[in-house]
Ligand binder design. Structure first.
Ligand SMILES: Cc1ncc(COP(=O)(O)O)c(C=O)c1O
Length: 410
């Protein structure tokens, strides 16, 4: 009854200025989003991404696994904090399969399942290093590890590394000098250098880690992306809990099924588990069930063989295109696995300008600067060959070459 007046919402500008005073300045300046995480429109040539194209994923297996998992208790139950026992057993068996006769294969209860290894890194840095304490990292290294370390407040100490892996003498000196107890590294197909440690280097690093009573956090992110070689984790040679091993399935099963296994032994395992529980309590059971379903299928091995052939062809196509169109680029080594090339450009290259110019011409690239924990020691690009539309790699390289040539004479 009566007259109703309808309120009209008036558009007004957002005003969050008060938050500046409430938040103060950040404790450490973190980059906003890594280039590797950027999504790009489908009409550009994307050489920046960290994630493989759908062509390289076991899509049929993943869809079938979701359908099956939806009918199991995993869809409604709460899994144990450390993970589904069968998935723990799978991660342990994978490392156990490459453990030498004299070694000590891990047991399922050594495994903690994480929602991706990025989360594992954060928990491991918090649990094993701690705020204000030093963490040795290879330089260059994975940008996400640099970010996770900054968030955890740990002090990153770079150790020079390259396509042959870290310099063991420098590593030993840095342990001595800093009193650090943890070294984060990627012994197989490192992101970004593609380095794969020789067995001799793996033994020397393990020897140093033992000598200093320290941990090696081994990030085996590209275990499923061997091209010319099968990765052998350093963790397989460890029998005294020095290596905390991380194996991710995010990129090989599906970016939508973020699952990683962390294998740690002794009190370190309890600390990492406590950190994981504090952060996320447990990992979605349905995602764990899907990951396990996929990797347990006989077709998984067939799929991985196809991925190996696909990556080899893509890698060689991009290398050939760079040789033809970017003669000033130097590839220090052809990676035997992984998803990217680490390409050195002339020292005077203005990488920010090159990235802008390439993007304006429809090619997205990632400046290597993001992979350096301190000042970059050269002008590098990280070019991913696992993205969409490999047929466009020659055109992508042509654009990079043209934009680089515009910077000369510098
Ligand atoms: C070296 C390295 N470690 C860890 C990760 C993160 O893995 P996830 O997606 O499982 O969190 C990545 C992803 O790019 C990586 O390159």
């Amino acid at each position: 009854m009566g007259t109703f007046v309808r309120a009209v919402r008036v558009a007004r500008p957002n005003d969050y200025g008060w938050q500046t005073a409430a938040l103060g300045s950040p404790q450490s300046r973190l980059p906003r989003t890594s280039t590797a995480l950027r999504t790009a429109p489908n009409d550009v040539i994307a050489l920046h991404s960290g994630y493989p194209d759908r062509d390289l994923l076991p899509e049929r297996l993943v869809r079938a696994a979701f359908a099956r998992a939806a009918r199991t208790d995993a869809a409604v139950g709460r899994p144990p904090s450390a993970g589904l026992p069968d998935l723990q057993a799978w991660f342990a068996a994978e490392l156990g399969a490459v453990t030498p006769e004299w070694g000590a294969p891990p047991v399922p209860s050594d495994v903690i399942v994480f929602p991706g290894s990025q989360s594992g890194l954060g928990s491991a840095f918090r649990a094993l290093v701690g705020a204000g304490r030093p963490l040795l990292v290879e330089s260059p290294t994975y940008w996400g590890a640099i970010l996770a370390a900054a968030q955890a407040g740990v002090r990153v100490v770079p150790v020079p590394s390259g396509t042959g892996g870290p310099d063991p003498d420098e590593l030993a000196r840095t342990f001595e000098r800093t009193g650090a107890r943890v070294f984060y590294a990627q012994p197989n197909f490192a992101n970004p250098t593609g380095a794969r440690w020789s067995p001799d280097l793996a033994d020397r690093v393990l020897g140093i880690v033992r000598r200093y009573g320290a941990f090696l956090i081994e990030d085996d992110w590209a275990h499923d992306f061997g091209i010319a070689a099968d990765p052998v984790p350093v963790a397989a040679r460890d029998d005294a809990g020095h290596v905390v091993y991380m194996r991710s399935l995010t990129k090989s099963v599906s970016p939508a099924v973020r699952i990683a296994g962390v294998i740690a032994r002794g009190p370190a395992r309890e600390r990492v588990l406590a950190a994981a529980q504090t952060e996320s309590m447990y990992v979605s059971g349905i995602l764990q069930a899907v990951a396990l379903d996929v990797v347990a299928q006989p077709a998984w091995r067939t799929h991985l063989r196809g991925v190996r052939r696909g990556l080899a062809a893509r890698r060689d196509l991009l290398i050939g295109a760079l040789r033809e169109h970017v003669p000033a680029a130097r590839l220090e080594a052809v990676p035997e696995g992984g998803l990217n090339l680490w390409v050195r450009l002339p020292d005077a290259t203005d990488l920010a300008r090159l990235s802008r110019d390439c993007e304006a011409s429809g090619v997205v690239i990632a400046s290597g600067d993001e992979w350096f924990p301190a000042e970059p020691t050269g002008a590098y690009l990280r070019l991913n060959y696992s993205g969409p539309n490999p047929g466009a790699f020659p055109e992508g390289a042509r654009v990079i070459g043209e934009m680089l040539a515009r910077q000369r004479p510098m």
